[in-house]
Design a binder for this molecule. Sequence first.
Ligand code: PNS
Length: 165
Amino acid sequence: MGPQARRAVCPGSFDPVTHGHLDIIERATSLFDEVVVAVGVNQSKHRLFSDDERIAMLRRAVEHLPQVSVEGFSGLLTTFCTEHDISAIVKGLRAVSDFDYELQMAQMNSSLSPVETVFVPTSPEWSFLASSLVKEVASYGGDVSGLVPDFVNEALVARLRDASG
Ligand code: PNS
């Protein structure tokens, strides 16, 4: 890509990646030349899937999208953007309840660096989706196969079976 290439980041924990995330990532590719999915690692939060597992799941889920790459990141998102020549942060908004915190983060991030935040409305079919709910439903034996890629569903079922056994 030449110097004009516009590069955006889709950041998140992705524990695990859902069709809601993938919808936003795919739509970001129609707005930007290149999209970097930044998977938060080394954060103190408890995760069901390890850093390496979440990165590997993202790589597999976006392998059909040539403009998309996947990297782990720790520290400030704005530092990651500067280091990777990224001019925009793309975030999905599911509902107005997402907006308060996302606006606060967008304004904080733009106070730290020239990066812009672009909000993309989540497609209605995924507006109720959250990784935390997917994990909760799956942990009680609920069927989440329509909400995540097939290989993620298989990994979830296996992980939760191991955890309970
Ligand atoms: O999927 P999540 O957990 O909602 O993702 C949140 C994430 C990783 C995008 C956000 O916590 C983040 O940007 N963390 C990096 C640390 C940082 O830059 N904090 C200041 C934000 S204003």
